[in-house]
Design a protein. Structure first.
Length: 442
């Protein structure tokens, strides 16, 4: 049963290597088209420092700021940055930079953006949602007291006629207030109309039945899914606490990107070559397996970067993220070194190869686990408490790299070593950096 399980693992690792190698290949789209996936296009998304993008500067309205004292002005600017951040980066994973400049300006950097005007509209609109009722006798609109502040979340969905709509989920007291309102309008044949920055996004429409669960739909005025998603993001993020005006707009090229990434690749190749040579020369066969696991680690990481682009939580690679990726490679080698050194000690103590291998992994595991968990905790803290997207990107790539490196170091390397010990050629002291005279085995 053990041999079958081991061979199954080996075949699964081989299959994983082949699949990730195909997906990580720079021209993987050609390979995918060859198997019938013509629209497939997987690419590692790059940040502003690697691919360029848009640089926008918004200025807060002076008249509104002058109405506030210094403390309230600071709170308003902080809230403004928070809302812009949510609008520009709803998922929180893109390498979008939102930062304050001076007393009344906010800088927004959008990597790889192509439609700058659409981005400006999405970020800079006030997005004040207001729900009004229309009296059936006078046909005059009246305030209901329900606004965008009462919306917990807004999502894009589709109506029965397959048209894009924005679904709202109200919160708190607004659920009962909206239920009472729709119940009354249903009896009096009144109508509802919803405005977003004084633009009608729904209605006027009659209420066919009371809505008591706080769920509402805005439909009929969205020309595309993108337009509906923009409205949903704006409502979820909330209205801008202060009106803003776009005062600077420019498209920027890669700042340090191409030159720096080229140097980083060269440095990375040199470093990995030296590390691989050291591992093979010092640990022999075990070092060769460690290098093989390192190759699988690289392929698997690049594949995850590419596949993440198909989700709302795409990983965007920047120079800082590249540093996190390379750092995690070193940590993967560290795990193998701990295991191999422990295995050498076990062999010198007189244990046979299989027992030495299993004991080495078991005893080294706690050290590997604890050090990597500490790193992951640091990454979590950096992600949730850092103020910039660059640091978050570093935290994501490093944390993901640590998790993958644990898999390759513990599962892949262990499986390779277990397989080698099934054969006589794999049971030689010199293959593990141990002298024959140091091994005391019966």
């Amino acid at each position: 049963m053990y041999i079958v399980s081991l061979r199954t693992k080996a075949w699964l690792i081989l299959a994983l290597t082949i699949i990730t190698a195909l997906l990580a290949w720079p021209r993987e789209s050609d390979l995918l088209k060859a198997v019938g996936l013509k629209n497939a296009n997987l690419q590692v998304k790059q940040g502003l420092d690697l691919q360029g993008g848009a640089h926008l500067v918004f200025k807060a309205d002076d008249a509104e700021l002058n109405k506030l004292n210094q403390a309230d002005r600071e709170k308003a600017m902080t809230a403004l940055i928070d809302v812009i951040q949510k609008r520009a980066n709803p998922a929180g994973t893109s390498e979008i930079t939102v930062q304050r400049q001076g007393n009344d300006r906010v800088i927004v950097e959008l990597p790889g953006v192509q439609n700058v005007s659409e981005a400006v509209d999405k970020i800079g609109k006030t997005a004040q949602l207001t729900i009004l009722e229309i009296d059936p006798s006078t046909q005059q609109p009246a305030e209901t007291g329900i606004t965008g502040k009462d919306v917990e979340k807004a999502e894009v969905s589709f109506s029965q006629s397959s048209q894009p709509v924005v679904s709202l989920q109200l919160k708190g007291d607004a659920i009962k207030k909206f239920g009472d309102l729709t119940t009354r309008l249903n009896k009096t044949n009144g109508q509802l109309v919803t405005l977003l920055d004084d633009r009608v996004v729904f209605g006027p429409a009659s209420v066919s039945s009371p809505i008591t669960d706080g769920r509402a739909q805005l439909e009929g005025n969205f020309g595309s899914i993108a337009e509906a998603r923009t409205v949903a993001d704006q409502i979820t993020a909330g209205a801008l606490p202060i009106p803003v005006t776009l005062v600077e707009e420019r498209t920027v090229g890669p700042t340090l990107g191409r030159e720096s990434i080229a140097k980083s690749i060269v440095a990375g190749i040199i470093g990995l070559t030296v590390v691989a040579a050291f591992m093979i020369l010092y640990y022999r066969l075990a070092g060769l397996f460690a290098v093989g696991a390192l190759v699988i680690y690289t392929l698997l990481t690049l594949t995850i970067y590419k596949l993440s682009g198909l989700t709302p939580y795409s990983i965007v690679l920047t120079l800082a993220g590249t540093a996190g990726f390379i750092l995690s490679i070193g940590m993967a080698v560290d795990a193998n070194i701990l295991v191999f050194e422990r295995m050498k000690e076990e062999l010198r103590s007189g244990k046979n190869y299989v027992s030495a291998l299993e004991s080495a992994f078991d005893r080294a595991w706690t050290s590997i686990r604890d050090s990597n968990v500490a790193t992951i905790i640091t990454c979590v803290i950096l992600y949730f408490f850092s103020g910039t997207a660059l640091i978050k990107g570093f935290a994501v790539t490093l944390g993901l790299g640590v998790l993958i490196s644990m898999f390759t170091a513990i599962v892949v390397s262990r499986t390779m070593l277990r397989l080698s010990l099934r054969y006589s050629w794999g049971r030689k002291p010199g293959f593990y950096g141990v002298k024959a005279s140091e091994v005391q085995q019966s």
